[in-house]
Design a protein around this ligand. Structure first.
Ligand SMILES: Nc1ncnc2c1ncn2[C@@H]1O[C@H](COP(=O)(O)OP(=O)(O)OP(=O)(O)O)[C@@H](O)[C@H]1O
Length: 381
């Protein structure tokens, strides 16, 4: 061991017994105590918020909405009140005591995770602050024991898939071309708003686009339910095949451009009336017909043929859709650019490349992509 010099010994001794003035020591102790108390207070507040009342109004009115109120509104979740069912919820029509008509979304219990339980109140609180004319309005939520419920404003016309895929008689022809173009524009504006708030929808599809009684589109399911489900163990459940961008279905590479891709697929479905899962070659068909200027063959035959200005707007719209579904995210426009391209008809449009990806059997992380240079499965062309 090297010898210790006298000056070293002096420093060591001072370090062991530093001579601070008494007022400084007292001041520092009080300050530390205050900081500790503040941290404790904040921690308690967070915990209290998480264990908050079972039903909490999101409208700022202060009215609590508990399970018994929701039971009453839906006549005890009566079968007759079911208006839809998705992968992880059953949706009921309901009427609150004040007469407000609501859509009550009751989450299926077996998919809820511990993480979801922790996040529910906080995340729903955040989502409820997203108010926009093209977003469905989340009014209340209820989390009581194992009952998890979201209460939305009711959209009498339900979702867009009913009208573009003709799942019910006569529905398909009820949306004319002008209305379809309006819906496409409204969805783009809604997605732009979400992106401006830092939210990626991830699951944009016609089942998640509701339509008001005046045919205005309202995007729903923006990142709410999916936050409460473990998508890595339930990927097929969480995200709808046919709409996922190849980079997301293949490598979980999630960016705003994934929504742009889904939007492009939805746009092409709206104009063609063809569901991509039933028509895996939809993107290629659309590109070829657009490239050969045979657009009329792509358009939904159930809707009266468009002429003049309407036809040229549709041609432009299809070109925008094809730009959105480009394989590489960097070749797709941003949604803000999409809105600009849709509204400013004199703005310059790039030429979309021929799609190489026909259809991705796209469970994230388990992607099996069929490319146009590979053989398609029998019956899929
Ligand atoms: N606010 C609403 N007003 C009217 N109908 C609604 C409303 N919300 C949902 N629905 C109807 O309920 C159906 C199922 O809802 P939704 O798709 O949101 O369920 P989900 O469990 O989130 O499922 P998924 O995302 O797998 O489709 C919708 O397709 C729509 O027809």
């Amino acid at each position: 061991m090297p010898p210790i010099h006298r000056w070293q010994r002096a420093v060591t001794a001072e370090a062991q017994h530093p001579q601070f003035p008494a007022p400084l020591v007292i001041g520092a102790s009080i300050a530390s105590l205050v900081v500790v108390l503040l941290v404790l207070c904040m921690f308690t507040m967070v915990i209290r918020r998480r264990q908050s009342l079972p039903g909490l109004s999101l409208s700022g009115t202060g009215d609590a909405l508990d399970r018994s109120t929701i039971r009453e509104a839906t006549r005890n979740f009566s079968e007759a009140n079911v208006i839809g069912e998705g992968g992880y919820s059953v949706v009921y029509r309901g009427q609150l005591r004040d007469g407000t008509m609501v859509a009550v979304k009751r989450l299926k219990k077996y998919y809820l995770t511990d993480k979801g339980k922790e996040d529910f109140s906080r995340e729903v609180g955040v989502m409820s602050t997203l108010r926009h004319v093209n977003l469905a309005k989340l009014l209340y939520y209820c989390r009581e024991e194992d009952e998890w419920i979201l209460v939305y404003e009711l959209m009498e016309n339900r979702s867009l898939n009913l009208y573009i895929f003709g799942e019910e008689n006569g529905f398909r022809s009820s949306l004319n071309w002008a209305q379809r173009l309006e819906i496409i524009g409204g969805v783009a504006v809604g997605v732009e708003f979400l992106h401006s708030k830092g939210v990626i929808h991830r699951d944009l599809n016609p089942g998640n686009i509701l339509v008001s009684d005046t045919w205005h589109p309202k995007i729903t399911d923006f990142a709410t339910m999916k936050l409460f489900i473990d998508e890595k163990t339930n990927p097929a459940l969480v995200l709808m095949p046919g709409y996922l961008a190849p980079e997301y279905s293949g490598e979980w590479a999630l960016t705003y451009k994934c929504d742009v891709y889904s939007f492009g697929v939805v746009l092409l479905e709206i104009v063609s009336g063809r569901k991509r899962t039933d028509t895996p070659t939809l993107l290629l068909q659309a590109w070829e017909l657009w490239d050969q200027r045979r657009i009329r063959e792509l358009l939904d035959p159930e809707v009266a043929e468009p002429e003049g200005d309407l036809l040229s707007r549709l041609v432009r719209c299809i070109q925008i859709g094809l730009l959105c579904v480009q394989r590489l995210p960097e070749d797709r426009p941003t949604v803000t650019e999409v809105v600009e391209l849709l509204t400013n008809t004199s703005s310059q449009l790039l030429t979309p490349q021929r799609p190489t990806q026909l259809f991705s059997i796209d469970t994230p992380g388990l992607s099996r992509t069929i490319r146009s240079d590979q053989h398609l499965p029998r019956g899929s062309q």
